[in-house]
Design a protein around this ligand. Sequence first.
Ligand code: PLP
Length: 393
Amino acid sequence: MTKNYKQLNPSTRVLLGPGPSNVHPRVLKAMSTPLVGHLDPDFLEVMNETMELLRCVFQTRNELTIPMSGTGSAGMETLFVNLLEPGDKAVVCINGLFGQRMADIVERCGAELVTVEGEWGRIIEPDQVEEALKKAGGAKIVAIVHAETSTGVRQPLEEISKIAKKYDALFLVDTVTSLGGMEVKVDEWGIDASYSGTQKCLSCPPGLSPVTFSERAREVIKKRKTKVQSWYLDLSMIQNYWGKERFYHHTAPISMNYALREALMLIHEEGLEARFARHERNSKALTAGLEAMGLEMIAQEGYRLPSLHAVKIPEGIDDAKTRKMLLEEFNIEIGGGLGDFKGKAWRIGLMGYSSTKNNVFLVLSALEAVLKAQGYKVEEGAGVKAAQEAYGF
Ligand SMILES: *Cc1c(COP(=O)(O)O)cnc(C)c1O
């Protein structure tokens, strides 16, 4: 007996979770561009333009600004395995799941981990970082998450960057859910190394992880005494492929690089300011709508992300049932809670191509229907009405 495999035909979803976000048709089209070899002169041109466009979104002049092959997590690992050697001390700020992951990687590098712990949903205070640096003595790096996707918190960076400099530590930042959705000023904010991902606010499928390293960080890599324990993520070799030498290291995922270049082109055409304003406007309208429906935002006021909204699940409402109904009845994906917030929070993303007025109205009205079906008391159309007001209709 032979199994009859059906043609691939997944549903068309509205992706309003913590990533991936919806992808612009031009990006999908770019992915179907015929392949060339990874050393083809045409591809070298694509690489050069991609690096140029990446420097624009990172707002940096860092020469070493490239997409690593792999999702955001590969970028996270790239920073730590290249900058840390066994026995080094690393200060890691933890106020959500992604901070925890950085700490896990630091330990796997054989480095000495010093944590700064903050409540989930609140920012890390600069004083806490200074205290940890003082206590640690001679820490090589300070690592923090700019946009904590597990809690919806937007972490201010400038003051902490200054403190890291004062203690002569490199400043590492996770910009996976901020890059392309809000300001990330690598040079102005004194960030020494950062990693992001293609599937969040860059609105490209998952698969590449843009990273950037300052000259100071590159010096540290150059002076390593031990080999980087990961062969695949070793920048000393990878920068010879993306740099002038163009030495083969591994075969670059050609189609994914086409996609990233197109996604970055779309950002370039829209303009960073306009793009950030769009994210801000849609986020404000969504938040107004959710609050008008009696729902509570989790992240500390004044420090909320425009790209991800963590919402407290009201008493008596079933988490899984709500998300299942949104998916099955309305084709909308939102995220559930992670770690400490499992079963307690929903995460509604408005990232990149998914951050639109249409999606704000869609998710507010669908959520109203789904909550009402579970007996939740909400004034009819309250969410949509508040969003309209926020937009000034
Ligand atoms: C999504 C995410 C990651 C991991 O990215 P993957 O693409 O899932 O590997 C890391 N950090 C943050 C803040 C994220 O939101």
